[in-house]
Design a protein around this ligand. Structure first.
Ligand code: PLP
Ligand code: COI
Length: 363
């Protein structure tokens, strides 16, 4: 049985409890609760990948000994397709996701996909389910390619069998609160990633290790964890599912700063896109360490903070709360730089602003 599948023709009864009703009466899709009709599947065994199949979205059969359930060999990607108009859907940065997926596979001792398979699979799924790409403001279809070890064995070594799936979920607001400005929780009891670890790839374990901190963040009324560096717990790394930017100064002298990709941070495509959009606006961008102390100083130079990622888009930060009880609120409306970049990002992904070559596949 397909669960929580949204058919565009039967919207009301297909909604799940995770979807809520905001005050203005419009129903939300939420994030990742509803799935489109199809799924792409391929399998790796005996050293070769099968071709892809387009299947109905359905439960899988797996051995209780499937290695992913014991040792966690699993990677994933996240990208979106957006509606440009009634007949056109745009898939954003699929080729970049394919490259990152390969990097994640290599880091996790998993076989890379044959060249072209990732992009073909994503394109095939979205072509089949194009009618399920929503059109309301802030909505998209979130595409989730995933690869996991499914050899039935408890041996502690890389699996020799894997499955690759692509599923898709019509989404709007990423945050359970439905908020568009977020509150972030900076804590020092856990770390996300250290040098030599897996922080710069997209493996499932990175998210598993972050869940307890996320629970703590939510218990303090926050939307996300703001991760600090693993060594000194002083510098901003990234949010649980998004990269991080701050604005230093204001007006013509405003500068955008984001932590450098030193090996512990996921190199986000939204991060790269935001850097590109800022440069188009003539805003100076710098990659440099950002001290939490400076961010929290209300008399300091930092005037705006925002998070960015595929799932969340450009998400302005309203408040940062720390485990030591320090708090800074940046404002209840996005700052001018954040608002401008968020608007540019939305225009870009919906095809209203020119994209760089290879960023967009048109369906
Ligand atoms: N950082 C983490 C930990 C993420 O999970 C994501 C989401 O993919 C990002 C950053 C942003 O990456 P992207 O912009 O490629 O979605
Ligand atoms: C994405 O933006 O694709 C993410 O990885 C966030 C996610 C873990 C839901």
């Amino acid at each position: 049985p397909r669960r929580n599948v949204l058919k565009m023709s039967q919207t009301e009864e297909a909604r799940t409890p995770e979807t809520t009703e905001p005050e203005h009466g419009e129903r939300r899709l939420g994030f990742g609760a509803l799935f489109s009709r199809h799924v792409i599947s391929a399998r790796y065994a005996d050293g070769v990948w099968s071709g892809t199949e387009l299947l109905d979205f359905d439960d899988l059969r797996m051995s209780p000994a499937a290695m992913v359930m014991h040792y966690g060999q699993a990677i994933f990607e996240g990208l979106k397709a957006f509606r440009a108009d009634q007949r056109t859907v745009l898939i954003f940065r699929a080729a970049d996701c394919a490259t990152r997926f390969d990097r994640s596979a290599t880091r996790m001792g998993m076989p890379p996909l044959p060249p072209g398979l990732f992009v073909d699979a994503v394109t095939r799924l979205i072509s089949a389910d194009a009618a399920e790409v929503p059109s309301s403001p802030g909505s998209a279809i979130y595409i989730r390619p995933v690869m996991f070890a499914d050899e039935p064995s408890l041996a502690v070594r890389p699996s020799t069998e894997f499955r690759f799936l692509v599923l898709a979920s019509p989404v709007d607001s990423f945050f359970a609160s439905g908020r568009t400005m977020i509150d972030a929780y900076a804590q020092r009891s856990h770390i996300r990633a250290a040098l030599g670890g897996t922080g710069d790839v997209k493996c499932a374990g990175n998210y598993a290790g972050a869940m307890a901190a996320k629970t703590e963040a939510m218990s303090r009324g926050c939307d996300e964890v703001l991760w600090l560096d693993a060594v000194e717990h002083r510098f901003l790394e990234e949010f649980g599912a998004m990269n991080c930017f701050v604005v230093q100064g204001s007006g013509a002298s405003a500068e955008l700063i984001t932590p450098p990709l030193t090996g512990t941070i996921l190199p986000g495509h939204t991060r790269a896109t935001v850097i590109n959009l800022a440069q188009r606006r003539g805003i100076a961008v710098r990659e440099a360490p950002i001290a939490l102390d400076e961010v929290l100083d209300p008399d300091g130079m930092i005037s705006e903070v925002f998070a960015c990622g595929t799932a969340a888009g450009v998400a302005p930060v309203r408040t940062i709360v720390t485990d030591a009880g320090r708090t800074r609120t940046f404002g209840h409306r996005p700052g001018p730089i954040t608002a401008g970049l968020a608007a540019d990002y939305t225009a870009l992904v919906h095809g209203a602003l020119a994209a760089e070559p290879d960023w967009i596949i048109r369906i």
